[in-house]
Design a protein around this ligand. Structure first.
Ligand SMILES: Nc1nc2c(ncn2[C@@H]2O[C@H](COP(=O)(O)OP(=O)(O)O)[C@@H](O)[C@H]2O)c(=O)[nH]1
Ligand SMILES: [Mg+2]
Length: 450
């Protein structure tokens, strides 16, 4: 979806590889490339310029911490700026009313009807009972389209084939919804080729009558900068609560998606990337920034892993962490849990680049860590510090595990880093700690690739 931007930003960041200091000189080239990557991805000139300026201000003169290299530091700065640009936090839709009425509007062909059925499908999975309402009175085929999509997923669709009054459709659909106890009503409206008076009058009438909890405006990402203009014009007439951006699977370059919310001041709430009913997701600025920077969707990955984790064991580990006693035995347990999930490669493939790493690195880092720990005595497993400055011990283990002394040192360094980090997050919940812990491990491995 954002591969294009991802590829070019990574190229830009590659310049810093191997440098151990950020200077005015080596950053200039990088910033120039970042600027170019943004423009190529259809980010407006003004935004690209400000973006690069901010990266520059934040990076020059910054001390690079010993555990980071300059490239990692810049990635972090770019990441933070991207998240800010995209609106920072994900914005939920308001579903607190019963029924919650969601009004879907947008130009013709933007994807309103498809999105309406996708949203209904999505909400039903969240235990809602949505009703789809066909309120496009201009194209008779619009009813059939919504009906076919609804029927396929067993989602009821309300329509009045003969009616030419949107108000009548509203009125009757609301009565129907209350009889059938639908707690969400999704209204699919008619679009036009461009925003005109007739369309606006009609949508305003629907809006006034239905008093929606949520008004969503659907835009086609493939229309590029025009998508931004359309939202700006529309929201002058009618206050919208959020934007749905569709067709991000097309050859859209993603720039519009990342800049939309800061330009128009309204959040993107959903994105759609295909024609199938499940091709839709909530817009999470942080996760998308992660994907764009090739760090993959680490949070989604971690959550997926976490779902499979044994709550009891998690609690136990939490207790150990809070007593500052996380040791190799615990790490081994974590690794074995991750492996228990089955095909780690499958989960790992959610992270671009990560899959590559696993294929390329035949040693398979998890197995390697596991064999290192298995080569330790129980005493050593419970006393991680015994290895500090004890080269004979380290040699013995590395021999037993069939790894080099360098691998062993790298592993110990990572482990001590993780333990140090854990101390600082003691206040968090157990879940958070495991989440952080895993993403740290994954990040580490990912960082090795850069
Ligand atoms: N590839 C792709 N096609 C989409 C997406 N959303 C909608 N479409 C297609 O775009 C066309 C117009 O969609 P439709 O929902 O009828 O738009 P409406 O006129 O706004 O109701 C249809 O052919 C859809 O299948 C998307 O995210 N990706
Ligand atoms: Mg339609």
């Amino acid at each position: 979806m954002f591969e294009y931007l991802q590829k070019n930003l990574n190229k830009a960041l590659y310049i810093l590889k191997g440098n151990n200091k950020i200077t005015e000189i080596n950053i200039v080239e990088t910033l120039k490339e970042i600027h170019r990557a943004l423009i190529d991805a259809d980010v407006s000139y003004k935004i690209a310029k400000t973006f690069v300026q901010k990266i520059k201000e934040k990076s020059i003169g910054r001390k690079v911490l010993t555990s980071l290299n300059p490239k990692q530091l810049i990635i972090k700065i770019v990441y933070d700026e991207l998240v800010l640009l995209m609106g920072e936090k994900k914005m939920d839709i308001n579903l607190s009313n019963n029924p919650s009425i969601i009004l879907i509007c947008g130009l013709q062909g933007s994807g309103k009807t498809s999105f309406s059925s996708k949203l209904a499908f999505f909400l039903r999975k969240k235990n809602k009972t949505p009703l789809l309402v066909a309120a496009d009175i201009h194209r008779p085929a619009a009813i059939d389209q919504l009906k076919i999509m609804g029927d396929k997923e067993n989602i009821p669709v309300f329509f009045l084939r003969e009616s030419k009054s949107v108000i009548e459709i509203m009125e009757k659909s609301f009565i129907y919804a209350s009889e059938k106890k639908h707690n969400v009503i999704i209204i699919d409206t008619a679009g036009r080729l461009s925003i005109d008076q007739i369309m606006m009058d009609e949508i305003k009438k629907i809006h006034q009558y239905s008093q929606p909890s949520e008004t969503l405006f659907v835009v086609d990402a493939m229309t590029g900068q025009d998508a931004i203009n359309t939202v700006q014009v529309f929201s002058k007439y009618l206050n919208i609560d959020g934007i749905v951006m569709t067709k991000l699977d097309g050859d859209s370059r993603g720039g519009v998606a990342i800049t939309m919310s800061s330009v128009v001041g309204k959040p993107i709430k959903f994105i759609s990337n295909g024609e199938k009913v499940e091709d839709m997701e909530i817009f999470y600025p942080e996760r998308i920034a992660n994907r764009i920077l090739g760090m993959g969707d680490i949070i989604s990955f971690v959550e997926k892993v976490q779902e499979q984790f044994d709550e009891e064991k998690t609690k136990k580990i939490y207790r150990k962490i809070s007593k500052n006693r996380f040791d190799f035995e615990d790490l081994l347990e974590q690794i074995q849990q991750v492996k228990k999930i089955g095909s780690i490669k499958n989960i790992v493939s959610m992270i671009p680049g990560m899959a590559n790493f696993f294929v390329k690195d035949k040693k398979d880092s998890l197995n390697q860590i596991e064999s290192i720990i298995l080569s330790m005595t129980p005493y050593e497993r419970n006393h991680p510090k015994v290895f500090t400055d004890d080269i004979r011990r380290k040699k013995r283990i590395s021999k037993g595990a069939g790894v080099t002394l360098m691998d062993m040192d790298l592993f110990l360094k990572q482990f001590y880093n993780i333990s140090r980090m854990m101390k600082t997050i003691k206040e968090n919940s157990g879940k958070e700690i495991i989440k952080n812990f895993l993403s740290k491990i994954i990040n580490k491995e990912n960082n090795n690739m850069h």
